[in-house]
Write a protein that binds this ligand. Structure first.
Ligand code: PNS
Length: 165
């Protein structure tokens, strides 16, 4: 069985993430969406909230499971027997950081390849931070996140940021 990992903070999951997960699910027998606990970031949503939102956004995809990775991604990939790490590549600005991580992960564990899927053109500029920023200013985030979790995200943004407008 060919297993791929889609790692990320997913804080929160966006249409861009959903697109990559859907496309990866067509290429692999199983896709493990791994919510990574990034010690360098201060997330807005709890791990449980992020998992619940990804579950809603990917419901109906029989070969997708959601999990948590709270250590090094390379160790996690090895432990679950995955052969690929799937990343979405947006603009050139993503490239250097992603290239660095791909090489580091390959050095740490040689048994998996990092594969980049070109993001769909409508998601080229999209990121979780952009969604939170627009939401914090009371803007409409509905074009950017799966409809089934729109209200969950809005509710949380109101709690956290008490919209500026
Ligand atoms: O969605 P993000 O925050 O851009 O995803 C980055 C992520 C989670 C993939 C990266 O931070 C990661 O792999 N974290 C796990 C810890 C780790 O292995 N760090 C070294 C990566 S070379």
């Amino acid at each position: 069985m060919r297993i791929a990992v889609c790692p990320g903070s997913f804080d929160p999951v966006t249409n861009g993430h959903k697109d990559i997960i859907y496309r990866a699910s067509k290429l692999f027998d199983r896709v493990v969406v791994s919510v990574t606990v990034n010690v360098m970031k201060n997330p807005s949503f709890t791990v449980v909230e992020r998992i619940q939102m990804i579950e809603k956004a990917t419901s109906g995809l029989g070969n997708v499971v959601i999990d948590v990775c709270d250590g090094l991604l390379a160790d996690y990939v090895k432990r679950i027997g995955a052969c690929a790490i799937i990343k979405g590549l947006r603009a050139v600005s993503d490239f250097e950081y992603e290239f660095q991580m791909a090489l580091a992960n390959k050095t740490l564990y040689d048994g998996a390849e990092t594969l980049f899927l070109t993001t769909s053109s409508e998601n080229m500029y999209l990121s979780s931070s952009l969604v939170k920023q627009i939401g914090a200013y009371g803007g409409d985030i509905s074009p950017f996140v799966p409809e089934c979790i729109l209200e969950d995200i809005k509710r949380r943004i109101v709690e956290i940021y008490k919209p500026i407008n």
